[in-house]
Ligand binder design. Sequence first.
Ligand code: GLA
Length: 395
Amino acid sequence: MRPASPARHATSLYRAHFASEPALVTSAPGRVNLIGEHTDYNGGPVLPLAIERRTAVAASVDRGWSVVSALDDTVFRLAPERGLVGGWVDYIIGVIRVLQETGSAPPGARLAVGSTVPLGAGLSSSAALTVATAGALGLLAGRRLTAAELADAAYRAEHDEVGVRCGRMDQTIAAFAKPRTAILFETADRTMRHVPLPTRVWVLETGVSHRLSGGALNERRVECERALGFLRAQGMPAASLAALEPAGLDPLLRRLPPALAPRVRHVVTETARTRAAAGALAQGRMERLGRLLFEGHASLRDDYECSCAEADLLVESAERQGAWGARLTGAGWGGAVIMLADPRQEARIVASVREDFRARYGRLPAAWSTRAAGGARSVVFRRGQRRNGNPTTRE
Ligand code: GLA
């Protein structure tokens, strides 16, 4: 079933709570990452795509700050100068504070948020929210932020303000995505290569909610920083963990504290897998790509230790049923598994995998497919009219 339009939802929430019409609506997508997990804050590559599920923000300028979403159906009055208050509105407060620093925020705004991105499913609902919010606030302040500015403001809101020590993958794909392509994003020099992705990607939700700010991601990041510091102290001039060569890795791992060695092995091998995966996708070698996904999952499970039993079962079952590939996507500790399969086989494979899951956990996991979708967009209204085909409307 196709979810309702988040833009329409945001607009009707806006009307219901603010008894007027919004000046504009912006939106940004959630994402899945094909491969390249926990590499973005280690200087490595990632290969994400935007999904067809989006978060929309309907907005107008106001004297103060207020926000409403379908989550709680209550209007929150915000005081960004006082800092964070806890909960999802912190992401909005973060964006306001970042844009205020660069003079790209309006004096205040009314915001209504509608979304079809599942929460806590590892599909980057937070970046969809921050990118859409940054786009809306910029426009209300009379500035159309570029994709790079949107991604940067959203990243700083989440990383510097909310304090999730994420990398730049989620905000970048939400801002830059193009339909039918994945992006090979090299985080070290921020270059991007759009790689066509002709097939659908299946998303199998574990139903185990992950909470990023809960600290697990931050903990892993600290471990990676310690490992890098350790190697440098031993005279290894590595720019980042991802810059280490896979050849000759073992002797180097032996010099690390035992708890850190598998983390480094994951980052180094995942970096190589991600570039190989982009190559395989570009050549249409889907089985080769899928094999890399399975290998990536094993590395997340065994070396990075960020999987969960539910995700492992989904991936193992997908492999047994003949999928090209499957792996946990996003930070982990719950969330969702992605799966690629021959279109002639996928219905059967998905049904069997879901049944395997039900046999073990007594419930059917949510499963849906998506094509690679487009990134941030906005529609500006004038006196209640949609302005089509002019420079303030963009896809
Ligand atoms: C989260 C972070 C990303 C990335 C992934 C793991 O989604 O926001 O920056 O680190 O985890 O690959």
